[in-house]
Design a protein around this ligand. Structure first.
Ligand code: A2P
Length: 310
């Protein structure tokens, strides 16, 4: 696990999170609930959700049941991340949205609360991608002040952002009294994000990689990293799967990960990355892989999201 320095009580975030994004699994509540229970049995302790994923309810039920049947002794053995959706990305909606997430999850506090995207969308819109007319001014300073308030109130142990560029982090750090603990962004062997990772490391911001396997099965597409010949070769030489090579590659660089699979065998496999390593030669080969950003963003015009940092 990794210590979040700006959190209350120096809270520790487990390196691997179990993802529950609705986009890739389109699962029923029952499926999500049993997958989470299985994940707890297998040893996952960090769960990643968002108000947008519609998985908070099932995750909450699974946690309650895990406590009831004694899979875990207490709530604080788990690390729970949720996120503020674009239609709630306004100063006055931060606390109500967080409280709603907590209610849905049946929890008293989150371990980490993230601004999901650096975009505000007029309330009432859920259809993706958002067109320009739905997008309105994002008051980062106002929203962040309320994020800080939620941490001070104990509603969450730490706060952070997702899909933020160096430029946006620089702006945020210029006024933040509690700096972001985490920036959750796409990172995988097909999208290295080297510059952003170096910047975050210098500022003590932990990176969490989403789409660590290149987004297979996601509605926005994939960079087909699981089919990469280079990765297949490395996987063969190490006696591991390509997915494990991706996750190990992230881990060796200090990147935490949210990985999703509701398949028991793959869930298990995705945790088995701690007792072996990649060689320098493997890293050099991965450095040469062609770079493609998979997740462009939930809006039609993405220029204001990535600030040309490609
Ligand atoms: P499945 O649920 O059938 O296992 P990403 O995290 O990059 O967005 O990728 C998620 C996708 O990767 C899911 O569709 C998931 O499918 C698949 N996946 C997760 N773990 C593995 C694995 N170990 N091997 C192959 N595919 C995996």
């Amino acid at each position: 696990s990794v210590v979040l320095k700006s959190s209350s009580n120096q809270c520790k975030m487990p390196m691997i999170a179990f993802g529950t994004s609705a986009d890739s699994n389109k699962s029923s509540e029952e499926t999500t609930k049993s997958a989470v229970l299985e994940a707890i049995k297998l040893g996952y302790r960090h769960f990643d959700t968002a108000s947008y994923y519609a998985s908070e309810k099932a995750l909450g039920e699974a946690i309650a049941q895990a406590l009831e049947i004694g899979l875990i002794g207490s709530r604080d053995e788990l690390f729970i991340t949720s996120k503020l959706w674009l239609t709630d990305n306004f100063p006055h909606l931060v606390l109500p949205s967080l409280q709603k997430s907590l209610q849905t999850l049946k929890l008293d506090y989150l371990d980490l609360y993230l601004i999901h995207w650096p975009i505000s969308v007029k309330p009432g819109n859920w259809e993706l991608p958002y067109v320009d007319e739905s997008i309105t001014t994002f008051d980062l300073e106002g929203v962040w002040t309320r994020m800080e308030e939620s941490q001070r109130l104990g509603l969450t142990k730490s706060i952070g952002v997702s899909n933020f560029t160096c430029k946006k982090l620089e702006n945020l750090l210029s006024f933040a009294t509690i700096p972001p603990s985490v920036n959750q962004v796409e990172v995988n062997p097909g999208w290295h994000q080297r510059k952003l990772r170096e910047y975050c490391e210098a500022k003590d911001i932990v990176i969490t990689a989403y789409s660590p396997l290149g987004g297979k099965g996601a509605s926005w597409g994939t960079n087909e990293i699981l089919d990469s010949h280079v990765l297949k070769e490395i996987a063969g030489a190490r006696g591991k799967t390509v997915a494990q090579v991706c996750l190990r590659w992230l881990y060796e660089q200090g990147v935490t990960t949210a990985v999703k699979s509701y398949n028991k065998e793959r869930m298990k496999q995705n945790l088995e990355i701690f007792d072996w390593s990649l060689t320098i030669d493997d890293h050099e080969k991965i450095n040469e892989i062609k770079q493609i950003r998979v997740v462009k963003g939930p809006v039609v015009s993405t220029d204001n999201i990535w600030d040309g940092e490609d």
